[in-house]
Design a protein around this ligand. Structure first.
Ligand SMILES: Nc1ncnc2c1ncn2[C@@H]1O[C@H](COP(=O)(O)OP(=O)(O)OP(=O)(O)O)[C@@H](O)[C@H]1O
Ligand SMILES: [Mg+2]
Length: 253
């Protein structure tokens, strides 16, 4: 919900936005407002091939620009969405080529000049696994969501440690999610062991949007959660160090 909403808000502020989804379970496409329409099991299957050594590689001529051009889908507000693939009943076997191609494409992204001035918003599945295996090499800022519960906050604490140890130059911040009030924010800070960057309130409009299979931005444009995400985004823009701003704020269209 956060990644999808941030991606669309950035697009509305005038940025070219690439949304990246490496969760093999559904989520980001719906949060972006595509419903189930973009639910392709292996969108990048054609981009990968296996060499004689059995290793996966990108087909000749396929780099980030071509991969986004061919395999990304258009989402509302002009966001482009590239997905690694969604798990079919048979398990990862049938989508392995797509997952491998996605991994290689995102690793080439930081060097792709075309995307130098794009805003790139990635959504990783819950837990430390993808952070540990470097599924978001394009990221300069990591937001780790923590709910005011023991399991969520203690998981967030570990994920933050994993990301910080792997990506020393990145900004890593915890965002309190589904909070009912200041006491919940304090609870998250106490359990995670650090101040949070922002807090997103528990918001019935988000739950209603989810039930309708819609993006919260289309369902309840100025709900409390959306307003909190707008403020979070404003704060992130300010945090970008001068001179390295990849997402210059050009104002609302
Ligand atoms: N601020 C909020 N208020 C109320 N419900 C929320 C809020 N944020 C998320 N939810 C609900 O919580 C569920 C999980 O949200 P979301 O898909 O954003 O989380 P996630 O961490 O990506 O989940 P997963 O780990 O399954 O990918 C959804 O049903 C969503 O509607
Ligand atoms: Mg998710």
């Amino acid at each position: 919900m956060l990644a999808g909403t941030v991606a669309r808000l950035l697009a509305r502020r005038g940025h070219s936005v690439l949304a990246l989804d490496s969760d093999t379970m559904p989520g980001l496409a719906v949060s972006l407002g595509l419903g189930g329409a973009a639910d392709a099991p292996a969108p990048l299957a054609d981009a990968a091939e296996r060499g004689e050594d059995g290793r996966w590689r990108l087909k000749k001529g396929v780099g980030p620009v071509r991969a986004v051009g061919r395999y990304a889908v258009a989402a509302p507000d002009g966001v482009k969405l590239l997905q690694s693939g969604k798990l079919p009943a048979e398990g990862t076997g049938p989508i392995m080529g797509s997952l491998q191609a996605y991994y290689k494409v995102v690793h080439r992204l930081p060097r792709a000049r075309t995307f130098g001035n794009w805003a790139i918003v990635g959504d990783l599945p819950a837990g430390p696994r993808q952070a540990a295996f470097d599924w978001a090499p394009y990221a300069e800022t990591f937001l780790i969501l923590a709910e005011p519960t023991w399991q969520s906050a203690l998981t967030a604490r570990r994920v933050a440690r994993v990301v910080r140890s792997r990506r020393r130059a990145a900004t890593v911040g915890v965002v309190a999610s589904k909070v009912a009030g200041p006491a919940d924010v304090g609870r998250v800070e106490e359990l995670v062991g650090e101040r949070v960057l922002a807090a997103i309130p528990a918001d019935e409009a988000v739950a209603r949007a989810e039930r309708a299979g819609a993006a919260v931005l289309d369902h309840a444009t100025s709900s409390p959660a959306v307003r909190a995400i707008e403020r979070l985004l404003d704060g992130l823009m300010v945090m970008e160090p001068a001179g390295s701003c990849t997402v210059p704020d050009v104002g609302s269209p």
